[in-house]
Structure formats: structure tokens, C-alpha cells
Design a protein around this ligand. Structure first.
Ligand SMILES: [Zn+2]
Length: 655
């Protein structure tokens, strides 16, 4: 079995992680789980960076004057509890204060010293304490670090040891040329190539007069500079300096997943350090973008941070666990680019992608298997169009995931989910069930839908491990959990499955605003104003009687369950959205609905709603509307559609 060693950046422990930090760990975990699915023997490393002056200061502030390690112990528990809540499947968690790391740092520093790459000098310059890095004058903005505009950098002059980075410039250039995929995505590579073209200066690798850190093996009065120390963690964790056999097995690392702001350290400084010590450099580095919060950089000091623990148990779906946020972070952000998070958007995507789409599909397939075949379904043929779609989705998924286009990998799985929804609508199992002459066809439709759901769950397992295992169980998949391999995502045209019914996987979230009085709203018609209380005269008996209708009148109105297949805003209208809805008829219907003030068109796709099905067609704005949706709206409030349970097939009569 091929091995795959991947790492995340290690974090300073001067504060708890926010969702931006968690973004890196979750996406790296998706890669780790994908590699396991693809059959690799995976070693996934995460950890904490403790030899930082920020950490030392914070420990002192918190009362750990003589024992910063005790503070780091406490923070380690906090960090790992967050990573566990997000279901990160790391194999090892390193801390840079561990004895194994001290051994590795001293070994590598000594090796570089022996190679003649470390020399003594004096350093003078601006130092950002928060970055723990020297800042060239030209990089400062108004005299401040561009990443920490609230802090004034310190002017430092001290005896330092320098690492001869300049010596490795040509080798680095050649390396980047020979290994075009060494640094991904491409935009990051271009940044580093420009830097190399401009030439490299030697860098400080020690700090004088400090006790917090690993002492230099050749000068015990200095400690190793925190960045030089931290990078070595990747080698420490697989045995450098302590276990040669382990190190031979796992080094070089296959992938370092890091933030885009630290690519220089990882693709210039780190390979040069390794080369100096006679070790191979890492094979690949991926520099992801930043996760913003409502368009702003996520930062505790700016008050724009999100607690990952809250995201792993969101108020709108407290029992859903970490899978919805894992899906959001993977699906909604182009991996490598910056992305954005808001609670509103998170809830919206939860409803669209999980409650209304994948979760609804699982419920429908399992409930139809239960209803029509007592939960026992069997293959009946090779699978037609849907099997082809599944094959194409698997190919696209592999290509995307292998290239770390995680968002495209998820999109490929969702194409299969969408096609399966369409397949069910087209084949209308509830109609086939009415005539026993269609029994074989119904068998095939049920099995194929279940098989497509199974494959989608295999593809999404790295992203939503717990939920997909539960879906595989419900769908009666023969293989689940850690035994799953990518080969199981191939269409299996044989066998018998027993489905298991259960509560909805992801119940639709109900915001407070949706629990309002229900009225039937005409498209584009404003809601009637509320009757003033107290001053209104009591209605006369006659008026009350006139307003009532008999049951025979109500029965004239045909209310039906419909599922939205497509939606688009009507040009030149602030209120109207054109819907294409499945009402269980051979062709979907077009309905114009006056709901644009309450919904974006893309929010509507997949929703299960109620319509008046026997309304006479009405021409509106150059389109013919064939029916009317039911929506509720309070005075001055945007309309909210009347939702039906997602397990109801389109066309079900309401009344
Ligand atoms: Zn800074």
C-alpha cells in the first residue's frame, strides 16, 4: 500500500482557534479521508506551536509565570476538543515543547551548522511580535505590520545566528521548474517565483536572551527562532532525531496544507533547511485562502471571529453534528481562494443542500422502498442513464480530488444527487406502484435510485463521514465505514439490499420568521392590512355567515404537493419568480409566484411546496402561469412559502 503523509500548519496557542483556523483543519481532513478512501496508508499530522513569545506572554498573563508548559497543556485540551468536535481524523498531534521535537530541532540545527550554513551576525530591523517575524521596511504600511495594523512593530538589534538561505536560491528555482506542482494553486507559485527572481537574503535563525525555546546545540545562550523551530515539527513527528526507521518510512511529506500567508516559509525556507541537513524536501505544498466572516478578515481582536464549536452544533440544527459545516467549508469555497462565512448563508445552504436535497432524497428513496417493497430491493438490470451519470460523476470526482479541487469533487457528487432527483420525478414510482404490470420496472427504479444514493454517499464520505455512514446503513449498502474504498463507488448492478427507515437526516431548519399565520397569497398581491383591534365593530351575524364557505366549495380547490425543479427571477419584476415545479405530471409546470422579496431563486430549487393545481392558466408578463403557490406573509413581511413534508411525492393531494 502506498503511504501518504500530510500535515496542517501548527497553531500558536495564545487563543482558542476560530473558524478560519478550523477551515484549514477540516479541508486537510477531507484530503486525508479521501486518500484513505483511495487506498493510501495515511499519516495525518496536526499540532500546536508553543515556542512563541506570544504564547509565553499569554501564559504569564494567565498566571503561569514559571510554567508556560502547564498553560500549553491546558490549551492543547481546548484545541483537540475543537478538532474532535469537527471530526478531524489526525493520527498524531505534535506539540513543539515535546522532548521528541527538542531532539529533532537540535539535530537539524547542528546538521546545518556542520554544513557551514549557519553563521553569527547582528540583526537589526522591525519585528512584528504577533507574526513572530522580522518585517522589511518596504513591507510596512504606515509603519505597521500589514497583517496586524493595530500593533507597532519593535525595532530590534541583537546578536543572531543566520541561516545561509541565499545559497539555495538557484536550487530552489530549479526545483520549482522541475516540479510544477510543488506549490499549488498556481497563483501562489507565481508569487514565490517573483520572490526568487528578486534574490534571497540570509535569515535569522536564533533569538538571544530568551529562555522559551530550544537552545542552540552550538550556543546555549540562544534559542532557535520560533519559525525555524516550528517547521521542523513535520520531520519530528515521523521520527527525525528519534526513530530512523519511522523517518525512512514516512519522509518526505507528501503534502503540507497551509495558509497562503506562510507559503514562503514552507516552499523556500523549509526545503533549504532540509537540503542543508541532507534531507529531501517535501513533495507538495498547498496554500489555501482565508475564510472571511461577512466579508471581513476573521480576527478575534476585530470581533469578527466565529467559534468552531458553535458551527459544529449550529442553533438551527443542534443535532446535526459537524457535517453541515464541513460541507459548507468544502463546497462553498473554491479551494485555494478566499471564502466567506455568514450564519445566514450557512443556514440557507443547510436547507438547500442537506434538508431539501440530499436528506430529502434519502428519505424518499428509503420510504418508497419501505412502502412498495417492504424495505427489500433487488437489482433488475444493468442500470441505464443513471448508471452512466454515476460513472461520469466518479471520474470527475477523482480528477478534482486528486488536484485538491475539493469544491469540484463535492459538485460532482451533487450532480449525481440532482440527477437522481430528476430520475425519480421522471419515473414516478408512485404511479408505477398503482399497476402490478409495472412491478419489474418499479423494482428497477427503486434499486437504481438507491444505488445512486449509495454512490453519492461514498463520494461524500470524506466530507461528511458520520452522515454518509448513516446514509449507507439506511440504504442497505454492503460496505460502510472505514472499509470503504473508492472502488465501491462503481455501479453495482447486482445484489439485494435491505433499507432501514429513520427520522429525517437533516430536518429543515425553521427560523422564527417562518412561523407566521398562513394565508393564500395571490402572485404580486400585497397581504391585506391587519384589522385594527379594539376599535373594530364586531362582525354582524350575516357578514360572518357570508364569509364562510361549505366543504363542497373547498373541495373545488385542488391543492397539491409540488417540488421546485428550477427557479429564475422575472426580468423587470421586483416580486415575481418564475418556477418550474414537478406536480407528479408528465411535464413540469410553470408558475409565476410573487415571492421574490422573500427568496433568491437558487434557494427555491428542491423545496417541497403546496400549490393550487386547478387554477385556470393566466398570462402574466409574457408567460403563462399554471397554478398558484401557497405562501404566508405577515404585514410588511416578505412572503414565506407553505412547505410540505419532503417525503411526500409531488402530486400528492392536500386537503
Ligand atoms: Zn504581524
Amino acid at each position: 500500500m502506498s503511504r501518504y503523509y500530510l500535515t496542517t500548519a501548527i497553531d500558536y496557542v495564545n487563543s482558542r482557534p476560530h473558524l478560519g483556523t478550523a477551515y484549514e483543519k477540516v479541508t486537510a481532513d477531507v484530503i486525508a479521508r479521501y486518500k484513505r478512501l483511495a487506498g493510501f496508508d495515511v499519516h495525518f499530522l496536526m499540532g500546536n506551536d508553543e515556542h512563541s513569545q506570544n504564547v509565553f506572554k499569554k501564559a504569564t498573563e494567565e498566571g503561569f509565570h514559571n510554567n508556560p508548559v502547564a498553560y500549553c497543556d491546558r490549551m492543547e485540551k481546548q484545541f483537540t476538543s475543537v478538532w474532535k468536535a469537527l471530526n478531524c481524523s489526525y493520527n498524531d498531534f505534535i506539540r513543539t515543547t515535546q522532548p521528541r521535537h527538542r531532539a529533532a530541532v537540535q539535530k537539524l540545527a547542528q546538521a546545518a551548522y556542520d554544513a557551514g550554513d549557519i553563521y553569527e551576525g547582528v540583526y537589526e530591523g522591525w519585528y512584528c511580535v504577533s507574526c513572530e517575524a522580522f518585517k522589511p521596511e518596504k513591507d510596512l504600511v504606515d509603519g505597521k505590520c500589514p497583517i496586524h495594523p493595530t500593533l507597532t512593530p519593535e525595532w530590534i538589534r541583537e546578536k543572531n545566528y543566520f541561516f545561509r538561505l541565499s545559497k539555495y536560491r538557484d536550487r530552489l528555482l530549479k526545483h520549482f521548474e522541475a516540479q510544477p506542482s510543488f506549490l499549488e494553486p498556481e497563483i501562489r507559485r507565481n508569487e514565490i517565483l517573483r520572490l526568487l527572481d528578486a534574490g534571497l537574503e540570509d535569515i535569522s535563525m536564533s533569538r538571544a536572551g530568551q529562555s522559551w525555546g530550544v537552545p542552540l546545540p552550538f550556543d546555549a545562550d540562544s534559542v532557535v527562532y520560533v519559525w525555524f523551530d516550528a517547521l521542523i515539527n513535520y520531520a519530528t513527528a515521523v521520527g527525525y532525531g528519534t526513530d530512523d526507521a519511522q523517518f525512512a518510512k514516512w519522509w518526505p511529506a507528501d503534502l503540507h496544507v497551509i495558509g497562503k500567508d506562510i507559503t514562503r516559509f514552507h516552499t523556500v525556507v523549509w526545503p533549504a533547511m532540509l537540503w542543508s541537513a541532507g534531507i529531501e524536501g517535501p513533495r507538495q505544498v498547498f496554500g489555501h485562502g482565508w475564510l472571511h466572516y461577512g466579508g471581513q478578515r476573521m480576527s478575534k481582536s476585530l470581533g469578527t471571529s466565529v467559534d468552531p464549536m458553535e458551527a459544529a452544533a449550529p442553533k438551527f440544527a443542534p443535532d446535526a453534528g459537524p457535517d453541515p459545516i464541513r460541507l459548507y467549508l468544502t463546497k462553498e469555497i473554491t479551494y485555494g481562494s478566499d471564502g466567506d462565512f455568514t450564519w445566514e448563508r450557512f443556514e440557507e445552504r443547510y436547507n438547500v443542500d442537506l434538508a431539501n436535497n440530499f436528506g430529502n432524497l434519502v428519505s424518499r428513496v428509503v420510504s418508497m422502498a419501505d412502502k412498495y417493497r417492504a424495505g427489500r430491493i433487488a437489482a433488475a438490470g444493468d442500470g441505464g442513464r443513471l448508471a452512466d451519470v454515476a460513472g461520469a460523476a466518479l471520474t470527475r470526482y477523482r480528477t478534482a480530488m486528486d488536484a485538491f479541487a475539493l469544491h469540484e469533487g463535492v459538485a460532482a457528487a451533487y450532480e449525481l444527487i440532482d440527477a437522481t432527483n430528476g430520475f425519480i420525478a421522471d419515473n414516478a414510482p408512485w404511479k408505477l406502484a398503482k399497476d402490478s404490470a409495472n412491478a419489474a420496472r418499479l423494482d428497477a427504479v427503486l434499486f437504481e435510485a438507491a444505488e445512486a444514493v449509495r454512490i453519492a454517499a461514498v463520494l461524500l464520505q470524506p466530507v461528511m463521514p458520520s452522515s454518509c455512514d448513516e446514509i449507507l446503513r439506511r440504504i442497505g449498502a454492503p460496505v460502510t465505514g472505514a472499509a470503504l474504498r473508492l472502488g465501491h463507488a462503481a455501479w453495482q448492478p447486482s445484489g439485494e439490499r435491505t433499507t432501514v427507515a429513520g427520522a429525517p437526516m437533516w430536518p429543515r431548519s425553521e427560523t422564527a420568521s417562518s412561523r407566521r399565520e398562513i394565508i393564500v397569497s395571490e402572485p404580486a398581491a400585497p397581504a391585506p392590512p391587519p384589522a385594527p383591534t379594539a376599535v373594530a365593530p364586531a362582525p354582524t351575524e350575516a357578514a360572518t355567515a357570508d364569509a364562510r364557505i361549505g366543504i363542497e366549495d373547498f373541495l373545488k380547490v385542488e391543492l397539491k404537493v409540488a417540488r421546485v425543479r428550477a427557479a429564475e427571477a422575472m426580468p423587470k419584476s421586483k416580486k415575481l419568480i418564475r418556477l418550474l415545479v414537478d406536480v407528479g405530471e408528465p411535464e413540469p409546470r410553470t408558475i409565476l409566484a410573487g415571492i421574490a422579496e422573500g427568496y433568491q431563486p437558487e434557494q427555491l430549487v428542491g423545496k417541497t411546496i403546496v400549490i393550487v393545481a386547478n387554477l385556470k392558466p393566466r398570462p402574466m408578463m409574457g408567460t403563462e402561469s399554471n397554478g398558484m403557490v401557497l405562501a404566508a406573509s405577515g404585514p410588511g413581511q416578505p412572503p414565506i412559502l407553505v412547505a410540505a413534508d419532503d417525503s411526500l411525492p409531488p402530486g400528492t393531494r392536500v386537503g
